[in-house]
Design a protein around this ligand. Structure first.
Ligand code: HEM
Length: 166
């Protein structure tokens, strides 16, 4: 039953594969923009948020970035990514896919952590030093490079094809 639904969904989306790629790339650009910029705002907040006016302005910027850009972009990245996965021709146990999925799950974990930090800055919860946010700012960059290398180069495909005896 579930398989039937998945198969009919797959048949419906295959003709739109390239369009899905377009939406996937637009979504991840928007998501990444937020994941890369928000920790910079946290740095300013931690180091320069000396007056209540500056803190309020930064909190509004962080909250809007998270709620108007990052939440929708993350949802769209997952939806288009999963739809692509379903429509992918010759689906198999590719190592690049697994590494890419682990990278995407880590980015999602980071996103959730950033959402908590936005709330902590807004409501006076536990926040960290500017140095901490500078360091954490490098994590999405690293994950993005890893994911894009996996998505475009499809490394180890040869290894898996050999293992499958192809
Ligand atoms: C959120 C979960 C995600 C899922 C389930 C997912 C899944 C997929 C799938 C199945 C493809 C098609 C692969 C192919 O045609 O070879 C794809 C393409 C791609 N993905 Fe993702 N992806 C996700 C997130 C991301 C993220 C976060 C990035 C970048 C940081 C990314 C970058 C790309 C790129 C560059 C392509 C290649 C597009 C093309 O040339 O066809 N994806 N993704």
């Amino acid at each position: 039953m579930v398989l039937d639904v998945l198969h009919s969904f797959e048949a419906a989306i295959v003709p739109y594969y390239d369009l899905l790629r377009v939406f996937h790339i637009i979504s991840i650009i928007s998501w990444m923009a937020g994941l890369l910029y928000l920790p910079r705002l946290f740095v300013y907040h931690a180091e320069r948020g000396t007056t209540s006016e500056v803190r309020e302005t930064l909190s509004i910027m962080e909250w809007r970035l998270m709620n108007y850009i990052m939440h929708p972009a993350m949802a769209a990245s997952w939806l288009t990514g999963l739809a692509l996965l379903l429509a992918l021709p010759g689906w198999g146990p590719h190592l690049w896919m697994i590494v890419k999925a682990v990278g995407a799950v880590c980015l999602t974990g980071l996103h959730v952590y950033f959402a908590y930090q936005v709330r902590a800055f807004r409501k006076g919860g536990r926040t960290h030093s500017g140095r901490f946010y500078r360091i954490i700012n490098e994590v999405p960059t690293f994950l993005m490079i890893l994911i894009v290398v996996m998505a475009i180069l499809h490394p180890w495909d040869g290894v898996f094809a050999d293992l499958r005896g192809e």
